[in-house]
Ligand binder design. Structure first.
Ligand code: ZN
Length: 410
């Protein structure tokens, strides 16, 4: 997607604010000798912002508005070392609420709905994002927070909850409990707004069939407001994102070059009107692509695909970027395969080779199946892997996370 005149102007306003506040990015820009961008090309040359920059700014180095305007902070969970603190002004909080309200509206949720919110409240942005958006919409909220399944189900029945806000794993747990307790006829749920972890089609189908509800994927990250910056619509072909608040680029995660619309790469986000902590070209390490063209729903908002994984999982084979999720999705189209597979990458006689081992039972033609799988994978990644079909139970299984990709080149 190309920058509009308005977006360019908004970015320049963000740049001026960052420079006057002398924030980490303001300093970076001074080093680069940039105080303004006048074109797409100039913008695409700006340095990226990384999570490590944000961490280095701990505790309040990201604060770009005067302190008297800051009304709240949130923090992203730091798995290693210091967390990231994001300051919000009143306007940021309201903008986030309006974006989340738009998410609910895109999912066809109205002020007559009753929304049960199960993600956590507190420093984390999830619960409060669902809450603020629902209040902006005028819907009745049931702010449960996580856990306590007995009480969740009781409230869901008594309050006649129609919308569930949840992570995919908790939605699945609730679905299973409802089936186990035989209380499905007392549940009034119609829709689920499911937060941003990557989840497979199988899990999605199970939740939607068990609960008999429509599911909507919502996207977001604490560094950029929180959940609510994008959501799927009823046509379920990608997530609409709010390009009046954020600008999205897709880049090659290795070279940092911008990729054309439609190509898979890393999501990079620039905030357009944020006050508390604006971010320019923030690398999310989430993988997706811009979906070209207009959605059947008629929305003017552009779309990104549902998240395909993280850049850390990427492999470069024969000069092509390949993600395990692409292989996994192709394999999922073959009902005759088990869920186990193994990818081995090696370097033989000056060439990269990718071998994929898959399992099936003895009743199929192994050679024919291997050929069909190789063709299907080629159509996704652009080159033909060597596929070997083995008998069920041959591939290693382990208690925790099975290592599915073995790179023998290094
Ligand atoms: Zn749509």
């Amino acid at each position: 997607m190309k920058l509009t005149e308005l977006q360019l102007e908004q970015i320049n306003n963000q740049i001026s604010a960052l420079i006057s506040a002398n924030s980490f990015y303001g300093k970076k820009l001074e080093e680069y000798g940039v105080r303004e961008v006048r074109s797409q090309e100039e913008f695409e040359k700006l340095p990226f912002s990384e999570k490590s920059d944000l961490r280095d700014a701990y505790p309040l180095g990201l604060m770009t508005a005067p302190e008297e305007k800051i009304v709240r902070i949130h923090s992203s969970s730091g798995t290693t070392g210091l967390p990231v603190i994001i300051p919000y002004t009143q306007k940021d909080v309201e903008d986030w609420g309006l974006m989340f309200k738009r998410c609910y509206e895109t999912a066809g949720i109205t002020n007559k709905d009753r929304i049960q919110i199960t993600p956590g409240y507190g420093l984390w942005t999830a619960g409060i994002g669902f809450q603020y958006g629902a209040e902006a919409l005028g819907a009745m909220t049931i702010p449960m927070g996580p856990g306590n399944t007995d009480k969740q189900l009781q409230m869901m029945m008594d309050m006649k909850t129609t919308v569930l806000g949840s992570t995919s794993s908790y939605a699945l747990l609730l679905a299973e409990e409802i089936a186990k307790r035989g209380i499905a006829d007392k549940i009034c749920l119609k829709k689920g707004v499911i937060g941003s972890e990557r989840w497979g089609d199988k899990m999605r189908k199970r939740i939607s069939t068990e609960l008999g509800i429509e599911l909507y994927d919502i996207y977001g990250l604490t560094e950029i407001y929180g959940p609510g910056i994008a959501i799927t619509c009823k046509h379920d072909c990608g997530m609409h994102y709010w390009d009046d608040y954020i600008y999205i680029e897709i880049i090659d995660p290795v070279t940092g070059e911008n990729l054309p619309d439609g190509e898979l790469g890393e999501i990079v986000i620039t905030t357009l009107v944020k006050e508390g902590a604006p971010l320019i070209r923030y690398r999310t390490h989430d993988l997706s692509r811009i979906i070209p063209g207009e959605c059947e729903c008629g929305s003017k908002f552009p779309r990104i695909d549902t998240i395909m994984g993280r850049t850390d999982d990427m492999m470069k084979i024969k000069g092509v970027n390949v993600f395990p999720s692409q292989i996994e999705e192709a394999l999922r189209e073959f009902p005759e395969l088990s869920s186990e597979y193994q990818i081995r990458i090696s370097h033989l006689e000056g060439k990269d080779t990718m071998r994929i081992y898959v399992e099936t039972n003895g009743t199929v033609d192994f050679l024919d199946l291997a050929k069909r799988i190789a063709a299907r994978i080629k159509s996704r990644i652009g080159f033909t892997p060597l596929v070997k079909v083995v008998e069920l139970g041959v591939l290693p299984r382990s208690e925790k996370k099975t290592k599915r990709v073995i790179d023998e080149r290094y």
